[in-house]
Design a protein around this ligand. Structure first.
Ligand SMILES: [Zn+2]
Length: 82
């Protein structure tokens, strides 16, 4: 059932976004540039949020901040206990 709510979210966000893109395309070359920029920005934000959900698979060392596997008891880099 998560797929249905996800689709609804895409429609709620995507509907107005498509309308804004349509208005931008009516504006001419400047609008096309802005529309392309917004499209790239949206893709960058999506890829960034995707890596954020992956980050809990590592745990940062409290002493040096280096990413370590959660199973490790000591830091891979500075050997401090995590
Ligand atoms: Zn460390």
């Amino acid at each position: 059932m998560t797929g249905d709510s996800e689709l609804l979210l895409y429609l709620l966000v995507g509907g107005p976004a498509l309308f804004v893109l349509f208005l931008l395309f009516l504006m001419g070359p400047i609008g096309w540039f802005v529309a392309a920029f917004l499209g790239i920005a949206a893709m960058v934000i999506r890829s960034l949020s995707g890596t954020d959900t992956d980050s809990p698979s590592t745990r940062n060392c409290p002493a040096c901040g280096a990413p370590n596997e959660p199973a490790r008891e000591r830091c891979n880099y500075c050997d401090e206990p995590i």
